[in-house]
Design a binder for this molecule. Structure first.
Ligand SMILES: [Fe+2]
Length: 294
């Protein structure tokens, strides 16, 4: 049997949103992928910037990496994606799970986009299905559908590393919320069981961590660590207990601060809405339409 590949993984923690962007590379060459890049956004000033993601680009250039894919683990509601910007700079395709179409349809209605938005996944270069596989230099990227937090949740398995999006958080923080449209606690439980069935030493890389000031960021835990210590699923918590726990927790969570701006960009592959006649790109704020967590 071939030994399991060990990709090199660098992380970039975006402190304002707690998001972790990963730069993953083939140790045997220059092939690389960027997972979950973040576009800076100041909601009070309605201003975007690329300062954070430019630090990722500096590493790419410094190591002369060949970025072959920009991957989204799901449609994020807590931060704006820089995938469109990276696509323009690097020319690499942007991929996401096929479930994005359902998310696009739901929110296209909420935003009243009508015929101006296709809602067919065409804002992305590639839609992945469970079991799909890509080459990344000498590495293989295998897609594992992990819905539950969102319907489009996709885990990217690369050698001994798996980029799990919002399924599991760090063991002390538990699991992701399931109260977004298309979210489903039973489905998340099943997705987590799939992740915990990966080899015990697999590094499960998190999409978020919110360390206290001065504390280090937790980027990953192994399958073995999550299986024992995760406060929501450790020790093989049964599906019914998990659902009850998740619902209790979700009912107390606030609506994500950036959900409206984030989705209007992220559903377009990380691009701002098309400029209007005056050359300005506008976001829409539908009043009294959003329930907690949806
Ligand atoms: Fe999320």
């Amino acid at each position: 049997m071939n030994p399991v590949a060990t990709p090199l993984v660098e992380h970039f923690h975006h402190a304002p949103t707690g998001t972790i962007t990963y730069l993953v590379r083939d140790p045997a060459g220059r092939a690389a992928a960027i997972i979950d890049p973040v576009l800076d956004y100041d909601p009070a000033a309605a201003r975007t910037s690329t300062v954070s993601v430019d630090a990722v680009l500096a590493r790419v250039r410094g190591q002369q990496l060949d970025v072959q894919w920009i991957l989204e683990t799901h449609a994020h509601a807590d931060h704006l994606s820089a995938a469109g910007y990276l696509h323009d700079v690097l020319g690499a395709p942007v991929g996401i799970g096929r479930g994005i179409i359902a998310v696009q349809r739901h929110f296209s209605d909420l935003f009243g986009w009508g015929d101006t938005f296709a809602a067919d996944g065409s804002d992305f270069d590639r839609l992945f299905d469970d079991g799909d596989c890509l080459a990344l230099g000498s590495l293989q990227v295998q897609m594992l559908a992990t819905p539950g937090h969102t319907v489009d949740g996709m885990t990217y398995c690369i050698g001994d590393a798996a980029f799990i999006g919002d399924t599991l958080f760090a063991p002390a923080s538990g699991t992701a919320r399931t109260d977004f449209p298309g979210g489903d606690a039973a489905q998340l439980h099943a997705s987590i069981r799939r992740l915990l069935a990966l080899p015990a030493q697999t590094r499960l890389f998190l999409c978020h961590d919110y360390p206290d000031e001065g504390k280090p960021v937790t980027t990953h835990a192994t399958v073995a660590e999550q299986a024992v210590h995760n406060v929501h699923v450790g020790g093989e918590v049964g599906q019914q207990d998990f659902i009850a726990r998740r619902r209790r927790r979700d009912s107390a969570l606030p609506v994500p601060r950036l959900i409206l701006p984030a989705l209007q960009v992220n559903l377009r592959g990380g691009r701002l809405p098309p400029a209007e006649d005056d050359g300005v790109s506008y976001l829409r704020i539908p009043l009294n339409q959003l329930d907690a967590g949806s």
